[in-house]
Design a protein. Structure first.
Ligand code: ACO
Length: 428
């Protein structure tokens, strides 16, 4: 007999089925709670709510574990290309050579943007925030690829649309960047591989040769960002996708959710914070005090995480990539000294230690992007490129689940009770 928990409400004892995940994690299956008792559960910010079952990513925030399809992130970062990891997330297994070549070929077949779409990108003001442009242009793809509008229900369309987005989102990012620089966009050359092609589209016209080791470090960075189970943007993707909205609108919604500074926008905010500290004379200890002051809304950007309450395994790997890139590009940056100072200070400060506030992945990724020459307002776009395969995999998994329902949470209403309408002239 399967396990149950007992809940006593208003003298009635209810048996609630217990669901056990493959890593032993437990959940109460409350789907019939309201029907049986009239009660719902209230969980502000979904801190204790499982919105789905998923076989894609396992993470244990207390132990600092992150695995994609069972493979430890450390092994994938060490051995796999980002595109291979994208295949793994979406199709559940590491591809053999033939499978990978077919996947790569399909991705590469979408290496040019439709002319009309390029014209749309060219209409945006060059000082527009690139995240707004990324979201809007991704959504616009629906107008150019009507043949993928049934992808929510059609498996073959779904797989084609996944390869299309894997190819084109990075081209959109690089195309707009070139326009902001007043330069002609550089065509995608997928034979270079995902990350090198992107760096080439961004910088080749500026006389910067793309270094192999730097491109590889970026590939690792993308791999580290590729999925993180039911975070804010992935949940957004699932919620939008649950209505059978088209894939382009669904991914655009993920991009918008990621833009927020408590989520992907944090890497941009890290750099801005470091610059602010530098401008204020470099006294980072003063900013540590501000972060601890409960009357001050300032927080140390790049510290803390909703689920990693011990350490973020990605931050450990990323720190290594950060050292490789800075060494390779011979960068000595006073901002980096401030970052190191903040990190050391916070790690030994009671306030941060007691609350388990460690540097997260955004803390180092911001520094790496700066070293690569990526403008600060494009940092979150870099996160989009990394997270894209995860969003696609979460969406694909949901669309393949025949039991998936449209997302429609409930609420506890705390407003006025019924009252009579008062004409305007009689209102106080
Ligand atoms: N600086 C100072 N204090 C902090 C910070 C911080 N960065 N983060 C959390 N705290 C404190 C809170 O004030 C709170 O203190 P209290 O217990 O005395 O009230 C305690 O630590 C717990 O914080 P919560 O906000 O409850 O933690 P939560 O899990 O809700 O938030 C979050 C996580 C949003 C990431 C938070 O740590 C934060 O704002 N960090 C800065 C922004 C950031 O780096 N975001 C990127 C996240 S990673 C990602 O999206 C890829």
């Amino acid at each position: 007999m399967s396990e149950v928990a007992k809940l006593e409400i208003e003298g009635k004892v209810l048996e609630i089925p217990i669901i056990t995940g493959s890593e032993g994690e437990k959940a109460l299956d409350i789907k019939s709670l309201r029907k049986d008792t009239g009660y719902i559960t209230l969980d502000n910010g979904f801190v204790n709510t499982g919105s789905c079952t998923s076989a894609i990513t396992f993470l244990d925030g207390e132990k600092g574990i992150l695995r994609y399809r069972g493979y430890p992130i450390e092994q994938l970062a060490e051995n796999s290309k980002f595109l291979e990891v994208s295949y793994l997330l979406n199709f559940g297994k590491l591809p053999n050579t033939k499978e990978f070549n077919i996947f790569e070929e399909k991705v590469n077949s979408f290496a040019t943007l439709p002319e009309g779409l390029k014209k749309i990108i060219d209409q945006y003001p060059t000082n527009a925030h690139p995240m707004g442009v990324m979201s809007a242009v991704t959504s616009s793809l629906a107008a150019f690829y009507p043949e993928f509008l049934d992808a929510p229900l059609d498996g073959a369309q779904r797989e084609r649309a996944i390869t299309q987005l894997m190819a084109q989102v990075k081209i959109i990012a690089a195309h707009f960047y070139k326009r902001t620089q007043g330069k002609e966009p550089v065509a995608s050359d997928p034979s270079l591989g995902f990350s090198k092609d992107f760096l080439n589209m961004m910088f080749s016209e500026e006389g910067k040769e793309v270094d192999e080791e730097v491109a590889k470090a970026l590939d690792v960075l993308f791999t580290l960002h590729a999925d993180h189970e039911q975070n804010c943007s992935a949940s957004t993707v699932r919620v939008i996708g649950s209505s059978q909205a088209n894939i382009f609108a669904t991914i655009a919604g993920g991009i918008d959710a990621l833009w927020g500074q408590l989520h992907g926008g944090a890497n941009q905010r890290v750099l801005e914070m470091l610059e602010e500290i530098q401008k204020a004379g470099g006294d980072y200890k003063k900013f540590i005090s501000k972060a601890k002051d409960k009357n001050d809304s300032f927080r140390l950007m790049g510290f803390g995480h909703r689920v990693y309450k011990n350490f973020d395994p990605r931050a450990t790997i990323i720190k290594k990539q950060c050292d490789i890139i800075l060494e390779k590009l011979k960068i000595e940056d006073p901002l980096l000294d401030i970052a190191r100072g903040l990190e050391e200070e916070a790690r030994s400060d009671d306030y941060f230690v007691k609350r388990n506030l460690y540097p997260n992945v955004d803390f180092y990724s911001g520094i790496i992007y700066k070293a690569l020459g990526i403008p600060t307002n494009m940092f979150t776009v870099m996160f989009v490129l990394g997270r894209l395969p995860g969003w696609l995999a979460q969406w694909k998994e949901m669309r393949e689940d025949v039991t998936a329902k449209i997302a429609r949470p409930r609420q506890i209403y705390t407003g006025e009770r019924e009252r009579d309408y008062v004409p305007m002239m009689d209102r106080k």
